[in-house]
Design a protein around this ligand. Sequence first.
Ligand SMILES: Cc1ncc(COP(=O)(O)O)c(C=O)c1O
Length: 378
Amino acid sequence: MNQIKNKFLLNPDMTYLNHGSFGACPKPVFEDYQNWQKKLEFHPAHFLTETLYKTLYESRRSLSEFVGCDEDEIIFFQNPTTAVTNIIHNLNVKHNDEILMTNHEYGALVRAWLVWAKKSGAKIVQQEISTPVSTEEKFMDDFWKGVTSRTKVIFISQITSSTGLIFPIASIIKMAKEKGILTIVDGAHVPAHIPLDIHKLGCDFYAGACHKWLCGPKGASFLFVKKEHQDWIKPLIVSWGNSGDDPGPSEFLTEFNWQGTRDMSSFLAIPAAIKFYVDEIKSHQETCRNIIQTVYYDFQNVLKTDPISTGGNWLGQMVSHPLPKRTPKNFKKKLWDDTKIEIPIFTWNETQFIRISIQVYNSQKDVDFLMSALRSYF
Ligand SMILES: Cc1ncc(COP(=O)(O)O)c(C=O)c1O
């Protein structure tokens, strides 16, 4: 699996254990991305008024097939933050209506909700999911305690950022639907990490990143909007929309496609990323997941701290683990300076955590190197 490392642009002198944060783009996908940029500059006016719409359609078609929805239910965004923010600012809530989320949500998006709540008068409820997370029943019990008659929206990650956990969200979506609560899923880490079928999940909105586990170029993310909501979800950036060059295919897509002149090459490179994933990554994912299952125990043995889950199905290609209390504040820098290991170290719930990602270009050797480094400090 390791020869594949030279198909990536990553600096070979470092040990990169941080795929989860920003992904990493393989050479053929990056070339495809740059080719779109060259095509644009070869004949800018023709590209932006003619070619673009056909190729955006192709990207939407191939991505929708990959994530399990219809082509006309997908709009592209630079990143999940802009995608989710677009939904947040379209919501029509009354004073004290509640938005329910877990205490594991991505910090920047929690902030986006809180800033909006100040203006809208909505209440943000961050329900505690107790750790170690163990069974789906316990998880559901913890979460559902946060639902009240005022809950209007549930916002939940399918794979969490800091804690690196796969949340079993299907039952939450099902119960929310029965109660008439809207569901917005933060799936930033999901595409090409675990199987995704948005229609089967049945959520109202789903935001995903294509630059993380799908290995697309930066700036490639999407938002799924269920058809029944497409008449009230409007772009925050209003441009030519229906009065512009885009011939369709629906008012919803036309309103979103053109948001002023911008480089959409990252969106257009998504089919190349899907091809690379299918040809080069997919068959190695089980090996990656198996490595993570052993790292789950390695962390406990080396760091002597308690895990935040019972492992198994809670984990995909990431595992996050608490560092000992005595870990110095500058530990990330020290680890980098001493070993050139790139791995995120951050505070969650007032505790320092380390989160490892295993992607196709990693191997057991990388893990052994990290563990021997950690052993030398702790
Ligand atoms: C769970 C989750 N949601 C949302 C995001 C937002 O990503 P961005 O900052 O690219 O918008 C991230 C980024 O890592 C994430 O992990």
